[in-house]
Ligand binder design. Structure first.
Ligand SMILES: O=C(O)CCC(=O)C(=O)O
Length: 270
């Protein structure tokens, strides 16, 4: 009998609903677009520090592209890798997999990764028979005032490499999942807009508009939800929807990953 969690089904219409569900039901609800996102009570308060300080995570380092965010994925999370266009692509892919190979072993022992293994049977997403994608990252959002969002509005899909030679094709639904370890003092929310990117070109168009004007016209007229998890809650969302993190006044901490279904089961990567 699988564990049932307290969960909240979120809706762009505002009719959010509380329920109890297994984590597999949560993942399937979001995968099937029956909800764009869900909130799940995952970590009891007295275990939050242990999840964050799990020794299996590598240290947090600088983030090259996002000024308001640092992560434990060196400079190359999947989102960073997908931005490379041109000569650096092969080197970037080699670095990403070399790094993943050194950190995934210890990361498999973390409470965060074991949660997905236990509740979903999730295993690492692979590229070819041998190379595992990086499993997850710890994220740190320092206080930030240079833009309205600490993490600018974006979408995530494993398919969305910028370079036409991008080799990891997977154009299906993708989930993002993160646990909130510590909220910012201004309670910066995770905002999700009812706008779905069909391709890298959609995403780049929105990103360029945001970089130039600090806003996105299509998002202004779209429905949105500002999700405000409490510490220890997990947000599970469909990552094709435009989403971002509001500007943080004090340091915000999360641990996150992405999930897709591939080869008959759920797979993790970041
Ligand atoms: O870790 C978080 O706060 C959410 C980050 C996010 O937007 C993402 O994973 O795409």
């Amino acid at each position: 009998m699988k564990t049932e969690f307290n969960a909240k089904v979120l809706s762009f219409h505002g009719d959010h609903r509380r329920t109890r569900m297994t984590f597999r039901e949560v993942a399937e609800t979001v995968r099937d677009l029956r909800a764009p996102a869900m909130l799940v009570d995952v970590i009891p308060e007295d275990e939050i520090d242990a999840w964050w300080n799990d020794p299996g995570f590598p240290p947090i380092g600088g983030h090259e592209h996002h000024k308001g965010l640092m992560s434990s994925g060196l400079k190359l999370t999947m989102g960073q890798l997908q931005r490379i266009d041109g000569d650096g692509l092969m080197q970037g892919i080699a670095d990403y997999f070399a790094f993943a190979a050194t950190i995934n072993g210890p990361m498999k022992q973390t409470r965060f990764v074991r949660f997905f293994e236990r509740e979903l049977g999730a295993s690492p997403m692979k590229f070819g028979p041998c190379s595992e994608l990086m499993l997850a990252t710890k994220r740190e959002y320092p206080p930030y005032d240079a833009a309205p969002h600490s993490f600018a509005p974006h979408c995530d899909s494993l398919d969305f490499g910028r370079d036409p030679r991008w080799p990891m094709k997977h154009n299906g639904e993708q989930l993002g999942a993160f646990v909130l370890i510590q909220r910012a003092s201004n309670q910066a929310g995770f905002v999700l807009w009812d706008l779905r990117a069909g391709s890298r070109a959609d995403l780049d168009g929105w990103a360029n508009e945001y970089a130039e004007t600090s806003s996105i016209a299509a998002a202004k007229s779209a429905r949105s939800i500002a999700v405000n998890p409490t510490n220890g809650q997990m947000v599970v969302f469909n990552s094709r929807y435009l989403h971002g993190i509001e500007r943080c006044d004090s340091t915000r901490y999360t641990i996150g990953t992405f999930l897709i279904e591939h080869g008959g089961g759920w797979r993790l990567f970041d």
